[in-house]
Design a protein around this ligand. Structure first.
Ligand code: ZN
Length: 282
């Protein structure tokens, strides 16, 4: 099942057609995607019986919005792919290195991002979306708590990210528009293996990042186990799971996003998000 948001309303997507959840359920389910995530199993059961005729809306990819527009918590993980840890000059961590992207930075799949002052870099990431509350979940039960997967960009302004000793990441990762997500939330059963998906980042058509999610040091179930050992996870929470090698600040010479750039982030079985960049308008 693929859940998207169109005009602020939750919709199920099949191919290039969509079904408005509230209309198709004759009001039994809400149109608010955040409210749907609170009753995810009910949504899954209802969607399983939905007829093909219910998909009566033609999908305009440009009209898709963030599948989870207002997450209460957004977790992100640093150095979760060994080649990226190596390019950043670190040995692979023994524990997940967790920071937050403050939730106001979350946006949809096709947005223009204003570049703040500094050095803005790209990080294509698989994003796991929680489908129920979870505390102290074991890794072998963790997929049961996931509503679905989506594509994310952990856009990062490196100057403010690395300022101070020790550096604190969260502000530099949370400028407006720095958390684009989408194009849809895809349930784990849609994948042959949700732990092994090709992940690609393209800058102006050139592949700059490419790996498979099975390369992660801490895969999705392990991240949920480690996070939920401490924090109460909530429906709709996002977990940005880390980026493969190929970020701009580790290139020689370093390369950062500039006005006019186009960034495409793609994950097998989910789709792609596409960002354009402009200078900040004072
Ligand atoms: Zn990241």
């Amino acid at each position: 099942m693929r859940l998207a948001v169109i005009g602020g309303r939750a919709a199920l997507v099949r191919g290039d057609r969509a079904a408005d959840v509230s209309w198709a359920s004759q009001g039994r389910l809400p149109s608010d995607p955040m409210a749907l995530l609170e009753q995810w199993q009910r949504v899954r059961d209802w969607a399983a019986d939905l007829s093909a005729e219910a998909y009566d809306i033609e999908v305009d990819p440009a009209a898709l919005q963030a599948p989870v527009p207002q997450p209460r918590q957004v977790f992100a993980v640093a150095l979760n792919y060994p080649p990226h840890a190596a390019e950043a000059g670190f040995t692979p961590p023994d524990e997940p290195l967790v920071f937050t992207k403050f939730p106001t930075c979350v946006t949809g799949p096709r947005v223009t991002v204003e570049l703040p002052e500094g050095k803005v870099d790209w990080e294509v990431e698989l994003v796991a979306v929680m489908g129920r509350s979870a505390h102290r979940v074991s890794a072998d039960r963790a997929w049961e708590t996931v509503a679905g997967l989506t594509v994310g960009q952990d856009l990062s302004e490196r100057v403010s990210q690395l300022q101070g000793k020790p550096a604190q990441f969260s502000l530099g990762k949370s400028f407006p528009g720095f958390g684009p997500t989408g194009p849809a939330l895809v349930t784990p059963d849609e994948f042959d293996d949700p732990d092994d998906l090709e992940i690609t980042g393209l800058l102006n058509g050139e592949t700059v990042q490419q790996d498979r999610t099975k390369s992660m040091i801490f895969p999705v179930p392990e991240l949920i186990a480690r996070l939920s050992a401490v924090v109460s996870l909530l429906p709709g929470d996002l977990i940005f799971t880390g980026t493969p090698a190929g970020v701009g600040n580790r290139m020689n010479p370093p390369r950062y996003l500039t006005e006019g750039d186009e960034l495409v982030s793609r994950i097998q079985g989910i789709g792609e998000i596409r960002q354009h960049f402009t200078a900040v308008h004072p």
